[in-house]
Design a protein. Structure first.
Length: 246
């Protein structure tokens, strides 16, 4: 009786396993068809092909922009029953020398936040190697970081984007130091000229009460003076002067 019960249990498990495998297979076929339709519906993604196994979608093919590669993965994730996406798409498109690509990208990023209140409080670096753009530095909040990443993703010639930008913590204490430091620097009659080009201000990065100055100034005297003004701001724990003379 016990042997018969065990045999019945094993048979049920086998039947359930076969049923589950068949269901998974059907889902994979449906997912692949749905993803294929999404890719073909977009001219930029027409050369992208999906394959599916156990709900995991693998995308392969070629696109012209890194943004298109990201968009393809986003569309695939929106399909019902997709458990994950492997993005093996290759970015081809325009070929640009690393030095020129870095120059173009840095220019676009530096002008992105001109006119916004946080412009002088963001510092984003750009480097490019073998078409891979790496963004670093620190931003007042996530919006400037996200904007810079989007600019890099849409730039012809960029094959991949690496995000090394630090989003600074929200702090009313740091905010007060930012405002007082900006006033101390830009109200100085000598340093006020650095407010005339909003794309190249003296950048004031404040994290947990520690101030770091970035950017380019015209001479050593201006660098020293900016450091003195920042050091005179009450409440700051330290000031690091990383201004360069250009």
């Amino acid at each position: 009786m016990k042997k018969q019960s065990i045999a019945v249990s094993v048979a049920l498990l086998v039947l359930l396993s076969i049923t589950a495998m068949a269901s998974t297979g059907r889902n994979d076929m449906q997912i692949q068809q749905a993803v294929s339709q999404k890719m073909l519906a977009s001219q930029q993604l027409a050369n992208v092909s999906p394959s599916v196994e156990d709900g995991i979608v693998t995308l392969s093919g070629k696109v012209n922009l890194y943004q298109d590669k990201l968009e393809a993965a986003k569309k695939a994730r929106r399909i019902a029953h997709v458990a994950g996406v492997r993005n093996n798409i290759t970015v081809v498109g325009k070929s640009v020398a690393d030095t020129e690509l870095e120059r173009q990208l840095a220019k676009k990023v530096v002008y992105d936040r001109v006119g916004y209140f946080d412009n002088a409080f963001n510092y984003i670096t750009v480097s490019v190697k073998d078409g891979v753009a790496t963004l670093g530095g620190a931003t007042y909040w996530d919006v400037p970081r996200d904007d810079a990443m989007a600019i890099a993703a849409r730039m012809p010639g960029v094959k991949e984007v690496v995000d090394n930008v630090k989003v600074l913590p929200t702090s009313t204490f740091d905010d007060s130091i930012r405002v007082r430091t900006a006033r101390a620097i830009y109200r100085d009659t000598v340093l006020s000229r650095y407010a005339s080009d909003p794309a190249r201000p003296i950048r004031i990065v404040v994290s947990n009460g520690h101030v770091t100055l970035y950017g380019a100034v015209q001479n050593e005297m201006d660098k020293t003076l900016a450091g003195m003004r920042a050091n005179g701001v009450p409440g700051a724990f330290s000031v690091e002067n990383k201004l360069v003379v250009d």
